[in-house]
Design a protein around this ligand. Structure first.
Ligand SMILES: Cc1cc2nc3c(=O)[nH]c(=O)nc-3n(C[C@H](O)[C@H](O)[C@H](O)COP(=O)(O)OP(=O)(O)OC[C@H]3O[C@@H](n4cnc5c(N)ncnc54)[C@H](O)[C@@H]3O)c2cc1C
Length: 337
């Protein structure tokens, strides 16, 4: 079937900040054939392309030029392997949280710590989503891509994806790859990751530590801690946790003994939320945007905010943190255009 194109398509419901935005042209990709059709269209029209899943890691400007293509490829395939391992292939358009829940219902474990992260499967490898002690790279076997340069589909194995903290090859080559499917190696045996203290504490004392209990606890913590984008526009954590050298960490720790940080190899990962909170930004509000009142790492749209206002606020926070702590904050979501 040929692709349908819509001009001046509203994107407000397709970015969790809820910014008023319009795509010059919009289409939906539901199959590999659609990917090929889109490539033929791009050959003819030579316009920029933005791929979108759920829009939960994007900051959109009011006019998005070229084509916005929402990737909606659906699939869930299971392959039982030896030693209770299961190979799970998910289409890029599958909803992330609902997929984890479906797998849990079938007794397939490994993704429960990543429950309730908004968005689609196809975007999960892009920034190597992570939460509560697990990064998705720990569970990915391979990612199927369409390579716009080579004009073909193929699989990249885990090493080829060059995963790192909130990073991957896809973040650096957004114009080269469209992710069509992701293949995970999961297990029928529970292997509970409880390295994150608040998660351990959230599981009711005396209750068994099983994947379902972890899933429920993660959902409880997230609902209590993070604003629901349906009620208050946001893109989750707005800044990455900065990684600093041991020497810089020691110097900061001397000055700020209550600073929150975690060892990261020979370096240290500082809690960006602590740095921002310490500078008094929590609950700050200006124009239509602000910093969430309970979570300094989350910038919010109070309803009539826009990309420009978020950009200005983010820059003010970055400058302030740099001035006070000498630490560079890096923005997590992608600004487009
Ligand atoms: C309330 C809230 C909580 C969050 N919590 C977390 C968290 O705990 N941990 C975490 O890591 N993130 C978190 N996020 C960020 C976000 O949910 C994730 O990054 C998610 O994976 C984005 O999925 P999406 O489908 O919405 O991607 P989008 O925002 O639509 O796209 C994100 C990027 O991926 C690209 N992309 C999308 N689909 C494809 C595809 N098929 N092929 C190639 N590129 C593609 C886009 O072009 C864009 O660059 C949170 C966001 C919110 C709003």
């Amino acid at each position: 079937m040929s692709l349908l194109f819509f001009s001046d398509h509203p994107l407000r419901g397709l970015n969790t900040f809820g910014f008023e935005a319009y795509a010059q042209c919009f289409t939906r990709i539901e199959s590999k054939d659609d990917v090929i059709s889109l490539h033929q269209y791009l050959d003819e029209h030579r316009v920029p392309l933005l791929l979108i899943g759920g829009g939960s890691n994007l900051v959109l400007g009011p006019k998005v030029p070229g084509i916005v293509a929402q990737v909606l490829i659906a699939e869930m395939a299971l392959e039982e392997l030896a030693a209770d391992r299961v190979r799970v292939t998910l289409g890029a358009g599958e909803a992330w949280h609902a997929s984890i829940e479906r797998l849990l219902d079938q007794g397939i474990y490994g993704l429960e710590n990543l429950a309730l992260i908004p968005g689609c499967v196809g975007a999960a490898p892009v920034q190597n989503i992570g939460a509560y002690g697990v990064e998705v790279k720990d569970r990915i076997e391979a990612v199927e891509v369409y390579d716009w340069q080579q004009r073909r589909f193929y699989w990249l194995d885990n090493a080829e994806c060059r995963f790192a903290y909130r990073d991957s090859i896809f973040k650096h080559h957004a114009d080269r790859y469209l992710i069509t499917r992701v293949r995970f190696l999961l297990s029928r045996l529970p292997n509970c990751v409880l390295s994150y203290k608040p998660l351990r504490e959230a599981i009711e004392p005396g209750r068994e530590h099983n994947p379902r209990a972890i899933f429920n606890a993660v959902c409880r913590i997230r609902r209590a801690k993070l604003p629901d984008p349906d009620l208050l526009g946001n893109a989750g954590s707005f800044f990455k946790n900065p990684i600093v050298s041991a020497a810089q960490y020691e110097a900061l720790k001397q000055k700020y003994p209550d600073m929150v940080a975690y060892p990261e190899g020979s370096a240290f990962k500082l809690a960006a939320g602590w740095l921002i909170d310490r500078r008094g930004w929590k609950g700050y509000r200006r124009d239509g945007v602000g910093v969430h009142e309970h979570q300094a790492l989350v910038l919010v749209n109070h309803g009539d905010g826009c990309r420009q206002q978020i950009e200005t606020l983010a820059q003010q926070i970055r400058n302030d943190v740099m001035e006070q702590f000498g630490v560079q904050l890096e923005v997590e979501p992608r600004f487009y255009p």
